[in-house]
Ligand binder design. Sequence first.
Ligand code: 3PG
Length: 209
Amino acid sequence: DIEKIEKVMCAAPVIPVLIVEDPRKAVPMAEALVRGGLPAIEITLRTAHALEAINAVNEHVEGAIVGAGTVLDGKQYDAAVSAGARFIVSPGATANLLDAADQHSVPLLPGAATASEVMFLLERGYERLKFFPAEQAGGASYLKSLSSPLAAAKFCPTGGVSLDKAPDYLKLPNVLCVGGSWIADAKAIAEDDWSGIETRAKAAAALKI
Ligand code: 3PG
């Protein structure tokens, strides 16, 4: 529901989007993000060990609010909740996914990129949405155009967002936070660059909403 997902979205200006290949890296990675001031983190279900990574962060990283991203259907929703995900993110929304969300108290941040998709989700009671893929769909000026006709919808733009581009989104009336992989990308995780991740997290945490 709205309070639960809003708490996640308002924990910091940025939600890091993570692709974790090696579950042993999940804990030091999440600790670096929390130290840097980004407690809400999204581990995408795009790797074989993503659920294991979510479980490890949930159990071992104090202060982290770990969510599952790239959740495409009800089966993945159930699995993510069982693994300990505290929120669920999807690039879009289907009836199957929303039906699954109705069965859980763990909140969903569904994705939308057009007025009709936003209207469909508003009808289903979702006022907090992921705008995806943000840059490719039209960027901050496109999202701004949705703010007047669809004022109830507030977004987390994700997809092609960087430290430089984040402020253009964060100043919009219909944006609560942004998401992105630039804080902890595949290379930084592969190289155990925890200090680099912490440095980029600090810069992201300092962005003004
Ligand atoms: C996502 O799943 O939200 C995107 O893949 C993240 O987009 P980015 O890698 O362009 O930040």
